[in-house]
Design a protein. Sequence first.
Length: 321
Amino acid sequence: MTVRRWLVTGGVGFIGYHVSRALLSRGDAVRILDDFSDAPYPTAMKRRNADDLRREHASVEIAEGSVTDAARVAPLVEGVDGVVHLAGLAGVRPSFADPARYVAVNVEGTATVMSAAQATPTAKVFVLASSSSVYGNATPLPAAEDAPAVEPESPYAASKRGAELVALSMSRKAPAMRVPALRFFTVYGPRQRPEMAITLFMQRMLRDEPIDVFGDGSMRRDFTHVSDITRGVLAALDGAPAGFRPYNLGSGSPISLAQLVRSIGEAAGVTPETRHVAVPLGDVEATYADIARARAELSWAPEVELTRGLETVRDWVVSSR
Ligand SMILES: NC(=O)c1ccc[n+]([C@@H]2O[C@H](COP(=O)([O-])OP(=O)(O)OC[C@H]3O[C@@H](n4cnc5c(N)ncnc54)[C@H](O)[C@@H]3O)[C@@H](O)[C@H]2O)c1
């Protein structure tokens, strides 16, 4: 049997670690490109992910470098069957502090890696990590992929929509290449980025510290466990049709921040103490995925209930203390 080979950009980040591990576990060959950047959280966590991947799968190749560096990317796509492009600067709030860097990494980086993929005869698929943030506040909920996504609330959201539009336009040149753009809805789970709400809240509750809740807690989010996202990435890699096509990967069951806090409290075994703070610039009022397209075309559906998912975060936070 021939081994399938993939380039996974951002492969030592949160989602990248899980996707790389799943590909390696099913016997595929994985090459990772990651710059181990210090944003939006410390490099040490990426080194740990890289070490854990190498320990479990000695065959993994990990290259250090930027997705904006065409000369660095070119040799890494040689001979691959496709690319999973997860590298990017994540995070709505920090994107206001450095919008130019977000645009460079997320938009230029996508164009650079996709150009390299298109120049590689063996590469048949380019999976793009996009985001629910492309919908902003103006899209009717639940958000469907064909709804307009033209009023981003942050430079991060704009950079993700920009990356999608660049990929859409570039796919006209090579229409046979499969280019699923996966709009992830707030992903959580073990190894989650430390600045994200679920990790922060869990850490603080386990230390009996109060947590800051944005606004009155009515803001809603569609939380999706990283194992469901990983299955969705593999389903798109293996089964998405030719051409550019966006897919929502979400739970389809949004909950309020207040409900999230109660559920984390239950998982942590504590009664949460909360402080209310202003909603930061760029955060949308609600995210809510219409997941009919991913169900129909990728045979994908989320499986991890929030209660069970939060237990995996608790176990991870406790074991990494
Ligand atoms: N986690 C979520 O809730 C979520 C939601 C929607 C979309 N996304 C997208 O999914 C992807 C992965 O997100 P994540 O949560 O795993 O974030 P992450 O920050 O853990 O992973 C991103 C990885 O990209 C790497 N990277 C950053 N700049 C790079 C560059 N110039 N060259 C090479 N590598 C670079 C980082 O070092 C990191 O390892 C990102 O594109 C993000 O925008 C994430």
